[in-house]
Design a protein around this ligand. Structure first.
Ligand SMILES: *Cc1c(COP(=O)(O)O)cnc(C)c1O
Length: 401
């Protein structure tokens, strides 16, 4: 008989009961080092005291109230998102895919209102991941996500990663925007070069397109700047974010410049839950910490220390790990054996990592990690490599006999 939980996930047989910082304990008391952070969600680690306090305080005042009314916590959050980004307005929603849906709608609406209603197509890039709704699987264009869910939502075309010629060739009179993750997460921790990002901006300006960044995973301080696009100094017209924004509370947002946002007038978009007082109070508490002086500089330093430590692991275990990718605390270990095997061995060694495309294991610790967690990461990854090596050698010996 089928499990009452819909069988959509290939779950590991681990159940967690509590967490603190970068550490998480199973229901049967095993202590794991968490280098996943709920896939870049628990930006401040588990049960950060400031977030616990914010949830408690807001829970005793007001949880939910409709967007029929003004919501001061939401106004504060939007104000901060605007002040700390390229944008002039923000819409608060509940998840990454939902943020992308809003971003896509804003792109179409802009062209509709500015005399180009035919500009409904958005160009995306191979290896992209934008979510699991019907429009976002069409945007990501991964066969394994689309299969069985025809008809594919129209309005998206895809070009190879990093190739500006291919991208410019794909621009027809129907194209209205380019959607890009400054650092691909699910795709295997692949960053667009500064030149590539500048090329995207130039193409948008030349052909009257809107540049949409998906910073659902790479935003909110993950790369050591609040927004990953800041590294290249290339601002989009629209941006989607989520994951780390709520530090573990479900919340997303999409942001736009005034030129785009002004067309999203009353009645054009909405959400029942999006931006409620509880979610926004938590996100504001996350931002109190992330925006405090010195926090992002510390993320950059820990990111450098973690990357150097991982490079040491690769140097000592070149048969198992091929290279380290990424920046800040959005890192990836390219693997030689299948990443799924190393991910599973990680669980035996009380270590949580997450597989990504391109045979990569993602290393996404809380932004608060320090020296002790970096040392623990190295120790456990060495154990993973040694275990994998022993199994590969045992299997080779078995095959030879
Ligand atoms: C996770 C992710 C999404 C989808 O977010 P959900 O909250 O799962 O809907 C979209 N884009 C990127 C880059 C992501 O990493």
């Amino acid at each position: 008989m089928i499990s009452p939980v819909m069988p959509t996930y290939a779950r590991a047989d681990l159940a967690f009961a509590r967490g603190e910082g970068a550490w998480i304990w199973t229901t049967d008391g095993r202590k794991f080092l968490d280098l996943v952070s709920g896939i870049a969600v628990n930006a401040l680690g588990h049960c950060h005291p400031a977030l616990v306090a914010a949830v408690k305080a807001q829970a005793e005042k007001l949880w939910h109230c409709s967007n029929l009314y003004r919501i001061p916590e939401q106004e504060k959050l939007c104000q901060r998102l605007v002040e700390t980004s390229f944008a002039d307005a923000a819409f608060i929603c509940n998840s990454g895919a939902e943020a992308l849906e809003g971003a896509i709608k804003a792109c179409r609406k802009y062209h509709y209102e500015t005399g180009n209603p035919q500009k409904t197509t958005i160009i995306t890039v191979e290896g992209a991941f934008h979510g699991r709704t019907l429009a976002t699987i069409a945007a990501g264009r991964q066969a394994k996500h689309l299969k069985g869910f025809d008809p594919v939502t129209p309005g998206f075309v895809q070009v190879p990663f990093g190739n500006l010629n291919a991208l410019r060739n794909a621009i027809t009179s129907e194209v209205g925007g380019i959607l890009f993750e400054p650092v691909q997460g699910e795709g295997g921790i692949r960053a667009g070069s500064e030149d590539y990002l500048r090329g995207l901006r130039a193409a948008c300006d030349e052909f009257g397109l809107l540049l949409i960044f998906d910073e659902v995973q790479c935003g909110n301080g993950r790369t050591g700047k609040l927004w990953a696009y800041e590294w290249a100094g290339v601002a989009p017209d629209i941006m989607a974010t989520a994951k780390g924004l709520g530090g573990g509370f479900p919340i997303g947002a999409w942001l736009a410049t005034e030129r785009v946002a002004k067309h999203m007038s009353a009645g054009t978009h909405g959400s029942t839950f999006g931006g409620n007082p509880l979610a926004c109070a938590v996100a504001n508490a996350v931002y109190d910490v992330i925006l405090a002086p010195g926090f992002l500089e510390r993320v950059q330093e820990s990111g450098k220390a973690m990357k150097a430590a991982l490079q040491g692991v690769v140097a000592r275990n070149g048969d198992i790990f091929a290279e380290v990718r990424g920046s800040g605390l959005m890192l990836g270990l390219a693997c030689n054996p299948p990443n799924g095997d190393l991910y599973a061995i990680g669980h035996e060694c009380e270590l949580l990592t997450v597989p990504a495309g391109d045979n990569v294991l993602r290393i996404l610790p809380p932004l608060t990690v320090g020296k002790a967690e970096i040392e623990a990461a190295v120790e456990r990854l060495e154990k993973v490599a040694a275990t994998a090596r022993a199994r590969i050698q045992a299997a080779a010996k078995g095959a030879a006999q």
